[in-house]
Design a protein around this ligand. Structure first.
Ligand SMILES: O=C(O)CCC(=O)C(=O)O
Ligand SMILES: [Fe+2]
Length: 207
């Protein structure tokens, strides 16, 4: 994190919280290094939807649990679906970030790691596989800027905003079930991720 407490920007969407540049260049690099080290034991893999369609993002996880998707459905599990090994631990810096920014009294027990290369995107969805939908979801962006779309849970107008490397946002309270997704990346907007693209980390309370 930067030396000071990150500055929060109003979003106009109640419960959707945004801290642009919460991680400075050094913190971004340090976090990326930890994530890539974790990916040595828990490699990125390409999940499929329950209908059998491959995701355009690759995924892995950190922490006691991580979210997976396959023919059997969506769920949180304690092991990597390809290696069957337990997920590597969540970096302490992420646990600290959760504390400082959300103030939520219980630590996250799941971190989903999404790798977006080139054309990858993520369709509009809700994060609703968690046991306590009162707990926030905290999202950290590293690498290429993403065009993020967010709108109310029940339909209605969505709005789009850019998430750049080091930006952190959270779905909390009335925005916890907001529909959201990634329309596209601004390819080449960052040199942080080796090979190009973007890594997104979401911290959740799954159980
Ligand atoms: O990549 C992002 O910024 C969003 C990721 C996301 O919505 C998710 O993993 O559920
Ligand atoms: Fe999501």
């Amino acid at each position: 994190m930067t030396a000071d407490r990150p500055r929060e920007t109003p979003t106009g969407l109640p419960g959707f919280r945004l801290w642009p540049g919460a991680l400075d260049a050094e913190a971004q690099q340090a976090l990326l290094t930890e994530v890539l080290a974790a990916a040595q034991t828990a490699p990125f893999y390409r999940p499929v939807t329950p209908g059998g369609r491959p995701f355009s993002v690759e995924m892995t996880g950190m922490g006691p649990l991580a979210w997976v998707s396959d023919r059997a459905g969506y769920r949180y599990q304690t092991t990597h679906p390809v290696t069957d090994a337990p997920w590597p631990p969540m970096p302490q810096s992420l646990l600290d970030l959760w504390d400082v920014l959300t103030g939520w009294p219980v630590p996250p027990d799941a971190c989903l790691v999404n790798l977006y290369r080139h054309e990858a995107k993520m369709g509009l969805h809700q994060d609703k596989d968690e046991a306590d939908l009162g707990a926030p979801v905290l999202s950290v962006s590293l690498g290429d800027t993403a065009v993020f779309r967010i709108g109310p849970a029940e339909g209605g107008r969505t709005q789009s905003l850019k998430l750049a490397s080091g930006d952190v946002c959270a779905l909390t309270g009335p925005a916890r079930l907001a529909r959201h997704g990634i329309d596209r990346l601004l390819a080449g907007s960052s040199q942080l991720v080796p090979g190009g693209g973007r890594i997104n980390l979401t911290l959740r309370r799954a159980r």
